[in-house]
Design a protein around this ligand. Structure first.
Ligand code: SF4
Length: 702
């Protein structure tokens, strides 16, 4: 009853990379309510529509309740033995690179850590990649090249003390709503100006001073033009550049060749000369500028270069390391960052280390591991191609739904169909991917599991359990630990709690670090269980000999070998796929009230009311030219596949482009699976991130 004892548990929202603190109140009846945590630095009490509806999603509907082999209920022992045996057999017959894990930004850092340790340290392959490949990989490359490490320089407070915020390929209003609320509150208080660079007129534009509705894929050119403009008009911070930056001449030469004047930029970006000139002048005249970028930049075949084109302008003008300044990547997923910290990407080893001989040796000694992978593994697109080709014969998919979300989902489905062993760990039984599983393992979900996540401004927060696992569901770290023991690695996998894993992860981050590597949370290597349980949100790095650091690079020292920021020469590239006559460019993305493939948000009637079905947004002129009417049905055809969706005619959609949300699956509607429409041919050569936003599509009445 309401007068009975209740418990309050502090945890973290499992949706987006803002990483809001949540207080869950559990009544004596077991009923749960949630509210924002006023003490959490990410949200200070705020929640968005998705976070507010979290309690609605804590229902048993659709859950995978017990392990299954070939659709039959089995015991945990039988299931774990089968996974270990099938992986061990495959490795014995075909070598370590014949197996793979495909994991998720929904996993907690401890889950990620142990999966990475098993694959890279003990199986001896680096074939573990994550759906963060579809989310952040281009920013990782851009950060490493420019800053010397995958480290977001600023903090959320910078949104509040900037005078100009430039949103590039980021629908912050829908995809990072609480951060957008913080920005709008600051704007109301101090008149922050906002510029939106996006082919669509998103909700962000309502509060913006300027909307540059550029042609899809021309953002690198816009920033090359800005770099050239700033230098030519006397806005170089000569002191900063001389002391702290490298590569300025090369970057400027490339920018000038690409974008010699504003007229050229305007023409190629499809913008008015006057609006480009006004944006450049405003950027030049404002000291405190934060440039925020997200999937519009990352999910591109030149995503890495675009990130560097953005970093370049901040380096040239010294707008980094100070309050209200800097480039700022906002991550899509709740723990895309935590996963990267422990080596969730196939091209990273652990604790932000790569595959140099020194790093392989260092990690091998720390883990006391027999066969640390010595080279990067397969990135997501290549991984599923290798499964299709039969070179990878066993895959374990954790907490993600690649049969929907990967480009060329048809290929992913063919690959899983022919794969000898498909293991799927998930909370939900009937996902599009789960249908291909030989072995299903029930995982605990949000509210049932313990661990940590890292948000977009490097803040590490606890997710805490406040409910029992549904059915026989177990934590992902526990499942991986049990399989590792059964594969013969019991000594190296003694874990009985998430806290033990966190301590080991923290210790590895500081092992032979000497202050030379960016990621270091060595101060927490000795945390006891009670300390882990009580851990308050903190930003990394947090070295044993220093305080945690909120804003990086204030001293002008970067993580590159010579300590200097590196400007990269960038040349804007044309669209990666040829566009047939009459085709439109299909852009894909999120809606405000849904999350990923709707396995959780789809359970909330309140959330589903915002958009009951997928709609194809199309400009009135494009609709009229094709005989499409608002509310009618359209057939969307690409080289990869076909879909059906209801049409919404809106001039918010740029001419020549259409937009479809990414969330719907065959589980919810058989007719609109986004991954079936986008091919996997256009991929950033450096980051391996697929281009999910510019697929040529023919649209016609159904
Ligand atoms: Fe959750 Fe993101 Fe909303 Fe915060 S902004 S409540 S992290 S979905």
């Amino acid at each position: 009853s309401s007068s009975g004892p209740k418990r309050e548990v502090k945890t973290t929202c499992p949706y987006c990379g803002v990483g809001c603190g949540v207080i869950a109140t559990v009544a004596a009846t077991g009923a749960v309510t949630v509210r924002g945590d006023a003490d959490h630095p990410a949200n200070r009490g705020r929640l968005c529509s998705k976070g507010s509806a979290l309690a609605d999603t804590l229902v048993p509907d659709g859950r995978l309740l017990h392990p299954e082999i070939d659709g039959q209920r089995v015991s945990w022992d039988e299931a774990l033995d089968a996974v270990a045996r099938r992986f061990s057999d495959t490795i014995a017959r075909h070598g370590p690179d014949s197996v793979a894990f495909y994991v998720s930004g929904q996993l907690l850092t401890e889950d990620y850590y142990v999966a990475n340790k098993l694959m890279k340290g003990f199986i001896g392959s680096a074939n573990i990649d994550t759906n963060s490949r579809l989310c952040m990989a281009s920013s990782v490359v851009g950060h490493k090249r420019g800053l010397g490490a995958d480290a977001v320089p600023g903090t959320y407070e910078d949104f509040e003390c900037a005078d100009l915020v430039v949103l590039v390929g980021s629908n912050l209003a829908w995809c990072h709503p609480v951060l957008n609320q913080r920005l709008l509150a600051a704007r109301a208080e101090r008149g922050t100006r906002i510029v939106v660079v996006d082919p669509r007129r998103t909700d962000c534009v309502d509060a913006a001073d300027r909307h540059l509705a550029l042609k899809a894929g021309t953002d690198a050119l816009l920033f090359n033009g800005l770099l050239a403009y700033l230098d030519s008009n006397g806005h170089r911070d000569a002191g900063f550049v001389a002391a702290h930056a490298e590569g300025v001449d090369e970057a400027l030469a490339a920018a000038r060749a690409d974008a010699p004047d504003i007229a050229t930029v305007a023409r190629r970006c499809g913008l008015d000369e006057a609006e480009v000139a006004a944006f450049y002048a405003e950027f030049a005249a404002t000291d405190r500028v934060v440039t925020v970028y997200s999937q519009g930049v990352n999910q591109s075949s030149q995503g890495s270069d675009t990130v560097n084109a953005i970093l370049n302008v901040h380096f040239l003008t010294g707008r980094i390391g100070h309050p209200g300044c800097g480039p700022f990547s906002v991550t899509g997923q709740p723990n895309a960052m935590g996963g990267r910290e422990v080596g969730g990407l196939a091209n990273q080893l652990a604790a932000h280390m790569g595959f140099t001989a020194t790093e392989v040796d260092r990690v091998g000694r720390f883990w006391n591991a027999p066969r640390v992978a010595a080279k990067p593994g397969l990135k997501a697109v290549d991984l599923f191609r290798a499964i299709e080709a039969g070179t990878v014969k066993a895959v374990w998919i954790m907490a993600t739904n690649p049969a929907v979300s990967m480009p060329d989902a048809g290929r992913v489905r063919r690959a899983l169909e022919r794969c000898e062993t498909v293991v799927v760990s998930d909370c939900i039984r009937d996902t599009d991917t789960g249908r291909f599983a030989h072995i299903r393992l029930p995982a605990r979900g949000w509210s049932e599991k313990d661990g940590t996540v890292t948000n977009s401004d490097r803040t590490i927060s606890r997710q805490r359990a406040f409910k029992d696992g549904e059915g026989e569901a177990r934590a992902d770290w526990w499942i991986v630990t049990q399989v590792a023991r059964r594969m013969g690695f019991a000594d190296a996998f003694p874990y009985e709690s998430a806290a033990e894993l966190f301590r080991e992860h923290a210790a590895l981050s500081a092992f032979e670090n000497g202050g030379t590597r960016a990621f270091d949370i060595g101060a927490l290597g000795g945390l006891d269980d009670a300390g882990y349980d009580a851990l308050a949100p903190f930003p990394w790095p947090w070295r044993a000999d220093a305080k945690p650091q909120k804003r990086l690079f204030g001293d002008g020292r970067f993580f590159t070998d010579d300590g200097r920021a590196l400007l990269l020469p960038v040349t804007a590239k044309p669209l990666p796929r040829s566009v047939p006559d009459g085709a439109l460019l299909l852009n894909t993305g999120r809606l405000r009230d849904q999350w990923h493939t709707m396995t959780r948000t789809g359970l909330s009637a309140r959330l589903s009311a915002h958009a009951p079905e997928p709609r194809l947004d199309i400009h009135p002129a494009d609709a009229a030219a094709r005989g499409l009417v608002d509310g009618g049905l359209a057939r969307i055809t690409t080289l990869a596949g076909e879909a059906l969706a209801r049409v919404r005619v809106t001039d918010a959609q740029g001419e020549g482009t259409v937009f479809l949300p990414m969330h719907w699956t065959e589980r919810f509607t058989g007719a609109c699976v986004i991954g079936r429409l986008v091919d996997d041919e256009a991929v950033d050569p450096l980051s391996g991130q697929p281009d999910l936003k510019r697929m040529p599509a023919t649209v016609a009445p159904w």
